[in-house]
Design a protein around this ligand. Structure first.
Ligand SMILES: C[S@@+](CC[C@H](N)C(=O)[O-])C[C@H]1O[C@@H](n2cnc3c(N)ncnc32)[C@H](O)[C@@H]1O
Length: 235
């Protein structure tokens, strides 16, 4: 019998009913996690590239969201931009299922999900084919010992640089100022070009912003939202 609870980032979460069957039912729009290899580097090296032209039946640009949570952002973006193919990554099966089921309910044809940790993405996505990366409200992981797990740590920036097409952008939003400052330092340290910095998105909104689940919660709490647009160094 499956455990009723799963532990995520140290917190207990109720395991969704019939999770395995529900994940299987989303198999047409989600690449499932194969986590038999626990060493992330080795897992990333076990290439199983996704053929996006075949998956989406077109050659439209691919935008990647990492840590999509329940999928509000990616589904909203997919509705607004039918000519972009969105790939959304989330490491927690118990969470990604909500995103997959939402995409299915909305009959979105331009979204695909990958249920894996970001570290394993090079297994599924070839270098140089992603036209934009979104990092929305990534876990700030404030404890120093967890810095390597932050999604803007230099080890992740190297991975994103490889996945992105030359000259393509990464868009970041967060409510956490310390994490935002850490991210800007990390971008600078790795030679990324910082194209835009906004320290209060409510005061300086931009057209086409799709609000994520966490963004809505933080806005309701009156918190400031920070945003950056950055670009990896050209080789
Ligand atoms: C704070 S939530 C934000 C969710 C959503 N982006 C939003 O703004 O509402 C961060 C999400 O990133 C996922 N995540 C954290 N580290 C990850 C990693 N290394 N690879 C993939 N997903 C990750 C978590 O499981 C969680 O669902």
């Amino acid at each position: 019998m499956q455990a009723a609870c799963v532990k995520i980032n140290g917190m207990r979460m109720h395991r969704k009913d019939n999770l395995d069957a529900r994940l299987a039912a989303c198999g047409d729009i989600m690449t499932g996690a194969d986590l038999t290899e626990k060493n992330m580097k080795k897992a990333a090296g076990m290439k199983a590239y996704l053929d996006f032209a075949a998956l989406f039946n077109n050659n439209n640009p691919v935008h990647l969201e990492i840590g999509c949570g329940k999928g509000g952002f990616v589904c909203g973006m997919a509705r607004l931009h039918p000519d972009i193919n969105f790939v959304a990554v989330e490491k927690v099966s118990n969470v990604i299922i909500t995103a997959c089921e939402a995409a299915k309910a909305q009959e979105l044809k331009n979204v695909h999900f990958i249920n894996c940790p970001a570290e394993v993405l090079p297994r599924y996505i070839k270098d140089g084919i992603v036209s934009r990366i979104y990092l929305n409200f990534s876990d700030p992981l404030p404890k120093l010992g967890y810095a390597a797990q932050r999604l803007t740590n230099p080890r992740f920036l190297a991975l994103y640089s490889a996945l992105l097409k030359a000259g393509s952008e990464l868009w970041q939003k967060t409510d956490n100022e310390d994490f935002f400052n850490y991210s800007l330092e990390s971008f600078k340290e790795c030679g990324w070009l910082i194209k835009e910095v906004c320290r209060d998105l409510a005061a300086f909104p931009f057209e086409g912003n799709v609000v994520t689940e966490h963004e809505q919660k933080f806005m309701d709490e009156g918190k400031k939202i920070f945003r950056a647009v950055v670009c990896p160094p050209l080789e």
